[in-house]
Design a protein around this ligand. Sequence first.
Ligand code: HDD
Length: 712
Amino acid sequence: MSTKKPVAPKSALAGTDTLDRGNTNAKLDSLEKFRSDATEQALRTNQGVKVSDNQNTLKVGARGPSLLEDFIMREKITHFDHERIPERIVHARGTGAHGFFQTYENHSVLTKAGFLQDPSQKTPVFVRFSTVQGPRGSGDTVRDVRGFAVKFFTDEGNFDLVGNNMPVFFIQDAIKFPDFVHAVKPEPHNEMPTGGSAHDTFWDFVSLQPESAHMVIWAMSDRAIPKSLRSMQGFGVHTFRLVNAEGKSRFVKFHWRPTAGTCSLVWDEAQKLAGKDTDYHRRDLWESIEIGDYPEWELGVQIVEEENEHDFDFDLLDPTKIIPEEIVPITPLGKMTLNRNPDNFFAETEQVAFCPGHIVPGIDFSNDPLLQGRLFSYTDTQISRLGGPNFHEIPINRPVAPFHNGQRDGLHRMTIDKGRASYEPNSIDGGWPKETPPAAQDGGFETYPERIDANKIRQRSESFGDHFSQARLFFHSMSKHEQEHIISAYSFELGKVDRLWIRERQVNEILANIDLELAKRVAQNLGLPAPKAGTVDVPKISLDRSPALSQANLLPENIKTRKVAILAANGVDGAAIDAMKKALAAEGAHAKLLGPTSAPVTTADGKSLPVDASMEGLPSVAFDAVFVPGGAASIKALSTDGVALHYLLEAYKHLKAIALHGEAKQLLDVLKLEVDAGLVVGADAKLIKPFFAAIGQHRVWDREPKAKAIPA
Ligand code: HDD
């Protein structure tokens, strides 16, 4: 029940040039003009008529037929009948948040983009994270690529950085996108599977399309089952350009690095979460923002000077390649903080329309053929998804910069244009609105005048021809446990493929070219003959390993935002709970007290403690670690409680830190478990240090071989 005092609405629908989304610091959290608040307002029709009865249709007598005349009922039902719009063809499942971006310093050497000049300026952003394959109602934790789309509402217009949590893509040319998407989406005859790629059409396509090898190995890695949205990296994928006021252009790759570190779920945990909490990722994001634990990412760029474009053993325009960070390190630009949840999912998260073609002066495209095709596709898709060419007027899409031009009319036009001349040049409205010549700062957009002298042809550049060396680099850069996870993921997914020849082709013609050992292990798991050699000569590249690719090297040096379950029954040691909660809070981590039921538990010294949930209500998959405080009676009760024992075994299986305090040590015998680097026993002070150290490591990877023996 809300205890908030209702407040009168501050804003009403008002048609103006710009939205006060807040392009200055003071305005950042002001209400947008289209936000509506019905507190203390009468129920009215869409025409503004007050409604006296919202319970009964107009009828001829209490038991008689309904009347067509009932405009109130008809308006309501008509609106309801049309409340769904087509979901996104890809990235349908998503969740959004508002926030701001702040540049660290003046980056005018690199770009004239205004939002990268003044460190005191906060640029509002709206971010939408998504999965790719599943429909709107699908699970959050399925194995999939995650979308990472950011709309910067800059003073010079909107800049959309529409990226993913993986730095490469499945195909090299946009003309293949419909083929790829048709293959990965649920199969056409039975619409299965929902939210995953473990099926014949996906593996048929990728095994025939070797350019996908690098992206597919990313998708088979832990990156495809992120622990949370706040623990994902983001990538612009393509090479872009930054252009400064002197017109100097440099190639860049955009990177988002989370301050919470980059880490993932384990596979069994991800699968269970998809059932136990379909909304796991969106809930975590929502709750973090509600409690003021704001997710943050640093934006950075890898910079390549124009004259160094051809210095690499891959083509900068090929979106299936990374620039290893060991070759070109990331230059930090600024930080993004997400600090406000949307007020309305549909109006904001569903109706937001991103497009890689939304750029501002100081940023420009490269000729990456995948990017070039995207520039067309996104605007086009909004026309059917959002019902016409005026989707830029929907509040969440409106720039904070004013927009004026001769574009008029069309479905759902909101602006009431006052000018008489909807053409340019004109002499009727004084020639307005007029062009702004490009200038060093604040000028009109000018495309970088790249010189091109070539024939019109349909051809893939030969420099796009090596499909395996970077997939190999990725595999070889993984830690042992990450490699094992990749082998398991290929084996799981291909094990779901019915057609034998597809399994064989993927193993012999793709995996064997990436790494023979990887191919042999997967072949063994599938009961196929082990390949003896690859099918192509894979070029040797300048790096054998890129440590920056392994999540083992991407953990934060703290346990901030980590979630710890405290298991208790009547007779629990209340002081131990207090001490642990205090210690966790001091580190910015969160604790929840769970009991056998939702009823309060009584401590050994007779105090009643309310619990946050029952153990069944918040299962171990919802936490990073488990603490069991002592108290003889509590431990006795937990020792014979199947839910509590399963809780601990499951946390153990998912390689989580577990601390057994005082009498809780007895649970080791009950569960037949042994102490390890993450399963610690002891009294308060002694326990906390190793427990927190284990949480800081995210998972106890050394335990993994042993944990396999625990039933799922
Ligand atoms: Fe795309 C949505 C990311 C290639 C066509 N894409 C979409 C979204 C993300 C990406 C994050 C969801 C945006 C949102 O939250 O609303 N897409 C990528 C990345 C790509 C990529 C990182 C390669 C580097 N996409 C790509 C190609 C095409 C599209 C090559 C077509 C030629 N993408 C679309 C789309 C979507 C979309 C069909 C569906 C909904 C939408 O655009 O607004 O137009």
